[in-house]
Design a binder for this molecule. Sequence first.
Ligand code: TXA
Ligand code: MG
Length: 345
Amino acid sequence: MKTELFKTDSPLLGVVHLTKAGELIARGETVVFPTETVYGLGANALDESAVKKIFEAKGRPADNPLIVHIADRDDLEKLVTEVPEKAEKLMDAFWPGPLTLIMHKSSGVPEVVTAGLDTVAVRFPSNLIALGLIKSAGVPIAAPSANISGRPSPTKSEHVIEDMMGRVSAIIVSEDTDVGLESTVVDTTTEPPTVLRPGGVTVAELEAVIGRVQVSPNAIENVIPEKAKSPGMKYTHYSPKGDLVIVKGTDAEKVEKINRHIKKHEEMQIGILATDETMGNYHSGIIISLGSRENPEEMSHNLFARLRTFDDLGIEKIYAEDIEVGNDTLALANRLYKAGGYHFI
Ligand code: TXA
Ligand code: MG
């Protein structure tokens, strides 16, 4: 398939390209576009055969449902049967932005989008290009992250070009995404509402608006809910090509363990994922910092790009320092642990 690249660096070109990209979506084709979280791989959410193209391009299992993106709260009407009061409050507080809400689906949403569930995930992104694309297409856009299934989500246009060239009709080339991790997914059909995936909006921020929420144990532990509530949970995620191991302990213990393992694997290309504060502790291997421990947003912004950097350098084994889990680092730890397949030393 020929993939058109749409660059949005001049305002005039931006408008022309958004019009063309919107036409492609309206015609049932796929377009990769930036959001404030990660790049998305979009198609008309109301067109079954268009949505199937998303699953094909990503190599995504058909039982993992998609998020529907809207550019206006009025668009909700045709997607859901009712809006719970707490969902309404969350929308007032966090839309547009990195929050996805699960509600009961209306019959207008094709089953391919929701993988047969009776609920649908809806998000109103804040990225202006994403909003412009949805408006220009005139339909809600179903979009998962625009990576090949299993790989780290794309936060730079280079990443989507690497993964999606030849697999989609067009790619909108734009700036690096801001948040760097995907949206927070909240199921508002449960009482209290359930955080299925931690993300750009933190649990404390949600609770400040609607009171207590429950957090799926899967947010931090390797548990698969029995009746997979968020079916995406059971698949391998975000993995770099090298074997990623998470190193626990005090800083001194981490250094000792990593140095010992590097010695053991002298024939291998080893990478170390550290922080600004700790990167000086290591003296061999390719040492890359996630950012400052004082700045969890910076670390979140960088995680997926750093994992891909290790891939580009041909690193075979990556030792990542464990993250101290707290409100601001829950999403970061969730992604790192999944990327490493919960392999701790
Ligand atoms: O930030 C984001 O959310 C990005 C950008 C592109 O918007 N999108 C994204 O989509 O991360 P994706 O497909 O990679 O992740 C969607 C997650 C999956 O874990 C999926 O299982 C869950 O949302 N999900 C979707 N619909 C659901 C539903 N009806 N019930 C429970 N979980 C659902
Ligand atoms: Mg994804």
